[in-house]
Each structure stands twice: as structure tokens, then as C-alpha cells.
Design a protein around this ligand. Structure first.
Ligand code: 1HN
Length: 356
């Protein structure tokens, strides 16, 4: 028998009605509560995972667990304490650290959930996306959009750890998860040069290849955003006399599809923030959730009034409608990924400044 909620009533006839309603897999709205709340009823809680602990546990997994055990990825997922043990960082975002040892390979596969990598430290790994080899080094953002083949290779002598984000919980909620393993053959190995994606779409500011008429994909055709470019953009914003960034000590850039200016992928917005000590920015909250990765620097984040210190490698879950305020003790560089494009597309995006 189906499990259903049975609403009891003192009146015998009403009670019988409720029993029959439940028996037919129906529920009386007038007995239900908590459906329409004044503000979002958010199960995920604000949370910080310490970079130091993530690095240590990744290294121990590297010693004890072969990379090909289950899923071909040595990944520690952020499991939000509010989500009842699900391996999800927020309601819509998967966040994780991935560890790939020297000489190891994570073979190709593809899936409909889109993924991205932000490199917190180190270099030497390359990821092939639909066969195009992308080098990964500290501060780089690498995209593996929905349904693209991707594989990771570490030909160097040192292990590498990076931050992974996926829209998996969202795609799962939409019942749209598909997965396909590769045939086990590796993509041609990378030379140290640029990927095809960067040669075509990363040529220089405002320069796009001429004469392309291919239909635009749903994601950015540029698949690697190099730290040198991000760093220059942030430095430029802070150095611009009279700019908001210079005035507030907070610069931020949005990673965009160079052909359209839209977000890098339909479900995820990526940004890099730099806060200078003494910057002023009020607390703010918004609908939809985000993950923050501390790249460099030191400071603190206040989440719904609770202060957590920030150090390199720390990862933070910011659930929907959580008020956030950042403090920098030294120049603080934060990467963030959020589901904002989804909320915007659906007309559900809201922000409130000065909250909390
Ligand atoms: C995945 O494919 C990767 O390719 C990382 O590196 C994490 C988490 C869930 C599902 C697929 C990767 C993943 C993942």
C-alpha cells in the first residue's frame, strides 16, 4: 500500500472522508501547512569546510584508495549537514575536492550534469574536453559542460587537488541525469601549448575568430580561463580611479561566454572576487545557492551573523537567502559558483542588501 498522510478528524463523517481521500492518493490542501512560506524554507545550512582538512583527507585517500575504485574519480564531496546525509553542498550544487596522484589518469566519461574545476594550488594536470587538452594551473577555471567527454591526466611528479562544482542536484531534481562511460582510450597527450578552445576564443581581449557560422552551443566555447587574465582584470578594476571597485576595495569579475557575454554555462555563474583589507560592503542575500572557494588571502565570512575565518582552500556553502558579509585581513581572493542563471531564467532571482 502506498504510504500516505492520513488526516484525522473528530467528526466521524469527516474522518471517513479523509480516509477515503488518502486511499485515493489525494490530500486536502486545507489540512496542509508550510507549503507557502513568507521566505524560502531552506534545508541546507551555511557551512565552511577547512582547506587544511580537505587537503589532508585528500592525501590520505590518495595513499589508500586507487583512482579506479568507483566512478574513476577520487573525489570527496561536500555533504551539507542540513541535507540529511546527501552528498550535496546545497540544494542545487555539488561541491568537492578531487585528488589525482602523480602518473594517474581519470578516464573519459560524459554526463548531463555540467561540471567545472577551479584550481586552488599546483599545476601539471591536464583535462581533455571532447578531446581538446586543457592545462590546469593555480587560479585557472576549466569548464566541462553538459554531455562533453572529459578525462584528467597527471603526468607530473606531484599530486594535484582541485575544487569541482557540478549542477548535479539540480539536474537530478529535474530527472535529467544521463551518464556514459568512455571506451577507455586516452585522448592524445597534451603538449605544453594552448588548447584549441583557447587558440580560437582566448586570443586576446575582444578578439573572436572571423567567419564562424556554427550554431552557438549552450555553453561558452572558451573552456579554460587563465589566472593571468583574471588577475589582470581584477587589478584593472581596483586601479581605475573613481570606480566602484577602487572606492569600495572590492573588485569582482564574472566569467563569461566571449561570444555572447552570457554566463559560462546555462546553470552556473562563476565569479572571481578580490577584497582589500578595510573594504566596505554591506551584508547581502539572494535567492539560489552558491559555493565559495578561498583561493588566496585571509579574512572572514559572516553567514547569517555567524563569523567563520577564511584561509586558502576553505570551501563555503551559501544556501538560498543566507546573508553574507566578507571581511579581508589581507587581500582576499574568492572564487564563487552559483545557480544564479537558473533563478534569473525562471524569474525567481531576488536580492536584498543590508540584510542580517
Ligand atoms: C565527475 O565526472 C567528476 O569528471 C568529478 O572529474 C566529480 C561528481 C559527481 C558526478 C560526476 C570529474 C563528479 C563527477
Amino acid at each position: 500500500m502506498a504510504t500516505h498522510r492520513f488526516h484525522a478528524a473528530d467528526d466521524a463523517a469527516l474522518n471517513a472522508l479523509y480516509e477515503d481521500i488518502a486511499d485515493k492518493d489525494l490530500q486536502p490542501l486545507w489540512e496542509l501547512s508550510g507549503l507557502l512560506t513568507p521566505t524560502p524554507n531552506v534545508r541546507a545550512v551555511p557551512h565552511r569546510w577547512l582547506g587544511k582538512e580537505l587537503r589532508e583527507l585528500g592525501e590520505r585517500a590518495g595513499e589508500l584508495v586507487p583512482v579506479d575504485r568507483g566512478g574513476d574519480r577520487r573525489v570527496l564531496s561536500l555533504s551539507n549537514p542540513g541535507l540529511g546525509g546527501a552528498p550535496y553542498a546545497t540544494a542545487t550544487l555539488w561541491g568537492a575536492v578531487q585528488y589525482l596522484g602523480p602518473g594517474e589518469t581519470a578516464p573519459a566519461h560524459r554526463h548531463t550534469p555540467a561540471a567545472l574545476r577551479f584550481v586552488l594550488d599546483g599545476e601539471g594536470v591536464w583535462t581533455a574536453v571532447d578531446g581538446d587538452p586543457l592545462h590546469m594551473s593555480a587560479g585557472d577555471l576549466i569548464l566541462t559542460p553538459s554531455w562533453t567527454w572529459h578525462e584528467h591526466h597527471n603526468p607530473g611528479d606531484l599530486p594535484m587537488t582541485w575544487f569541482d562544482a557540478l549542477d548535479l542536484p539540480l539536474v537530478e531534481a529535474l530527472d535529467a541525469v544521463f551518464f556514459e562511460p568512455g571506451d577507455g582510450r586516452a585522448a592524445p597527450s597534451a603538449n605544453a601549448g594552448l588548447s584549441a578552445s583557447e587558440r580560437r576564443f582566448g586570443g586576446g581581449p575582444g578578439l573572436l575568430p572571423g567567419g564562424t557560422s556554427a550554431p552557438a552551443p549552450a555553453h561558452s566555447p572558451l573552456l579554460r580561463y587563465r589566472w593571468a587574465d583574471t588577475d589582470r582584470a581584477l587589478t584593472g578594476r581596483l586601479g581605475e580611479p573613481g570606480s566602484e571597485a577602487a572606492r569600495t576595495g572590492h573588485a569582482h569579475v564574472r566569467f563569461a561566454d566571449p561570444t555572447s557575454g552570457r554566463d559560462v554555462m546555462p546553470t552556473m555563474r562563476c565569479e572571481m572576487h578580490r577584497y582589500l583589507p578595510g573594504h566596505t560592503a554591506p551584508a547581502e542575500r539572494r535567492t539560489g545557492s552558491a559555493l565559495i572557494a578561498v583561493f588566496r588571502g585571509a579574512g572572514a565570512v559572516e553567514l547569517d551573523g555567524v563569523v567563520e575565518s577564511l584561509a586558502p582552500g576553505d570551501l563555503i556553502a551559501v544556501p538560498s537567502w543566507t546573508s553574507v558579509r566578507i571581511r579581508a585581513d589581507e587581500p582576499l581572493q574568492l572564487f564563487s559558483v552559483s545557480d544564479a542563471p537558473v533563478l534569473e531564467a525562471l524569474g525567481l532571482y531576488r536580492t536584498e542588501a543590508g540584510a542580517g
